[in-house]
Design a protein around this ligand. Structure first.
Ligand code: BEZ
Length: 211
């Protein structure tokens, strides 16, 4: 069955371009992203991996580790990394899982045969410190992912995890947040000392708590 939000992210052991890992141990007690690539030496994937290498400090700032998976061998990955570094003007700085037997791809239901035979689609799993799946995204092979959106959504997930707020449509870092319905009006002054605006009894905004 497909993995759902709130499910535990399945654990596995695998070879990666940065050594053998046990996934849960590797994640430690922070946040994680596992994202899949249809195949090595493909154009869209090459740009995605180069992009993530360049913005990795922004994932580090969020206490988030990122790891890619592609259903090819370690030798293939290592050769491809040289191309990624050369063509994307970067240095790969996070691991790619070698998954030639598709163990990880199958565990995370990343192969969608009606979309793409024998390769993974572009899956993204955001995993919380409790090892539960907080967000999934699925893109087709020909569409590169928007990593600005992935950073934005990590910010939203971390705000919800740390404060009793939700984020409205098109929210971006610095915008006001929504006070979740579980917070009563009486609790607002102590929980949200920056103030709040009540538009409707169920629609209450507060400045972003961690800014
Ligand atoms: C790509 O990464 O460019 C790609 C991979 C599989 C199918 C189409 C595009």
């Amino acid at each position: 069955m497909a993995l759902r939000l709130g499910d535990e992210a399945p654990d596995f052991s695998a070879e990666t371009t940065m050594g053998k890992i046990n996934f849960h141990e590797w994640l430690g007690d922070g946040w994680g992203i596992l994202f899949s690539h249809p195949k090595d030496y493909t154009p869209v994937c090459t740009t995605e991996l180069g992009t993530v290498a360049k913005i990795k400090p922004q994932f580090d700032e969020r206490n988030l580790k990122i790891i890619a998976v592609s259903v090819d061998s370690l030798d293939s990955h290592n050769g491809w990394i040289m191309d990624i570094n050369e063509t994307q003007n970067t240095t790969m700085n996070f691991p790619i899982i070698a998954d030639p037997e598709r163990k990880v791809a199958n565990l995370y239901d990343m192969i969608h045969p009606n979309a793409l035979d024998n390769m993974t689609v572009r899956s993204v799993f955001v995993i919380g410190p409790d090892k539960k799946i907080k967000l999934t995204l699925t893109y087709p092979a020909a569409t590169g992912r928007n990593f600005d959106e992935i950073l934005r959504v990590v910010d939203a997930l971390q705000l919800t995890a740390n404060y009793q707020v939700a984020t409205p449509a098109n929210w971006k870092d610095g915008d006001d947040c929504i006070i979740v319905p579980a917070v009563t009006d009486d609790q607002i002054p102590s929980k949200f000392p920056k103030g709040h605006t009540t538009v409707k009894p169920y629609l209450r905004f507060t400045p972003q708590p961690n800014k």
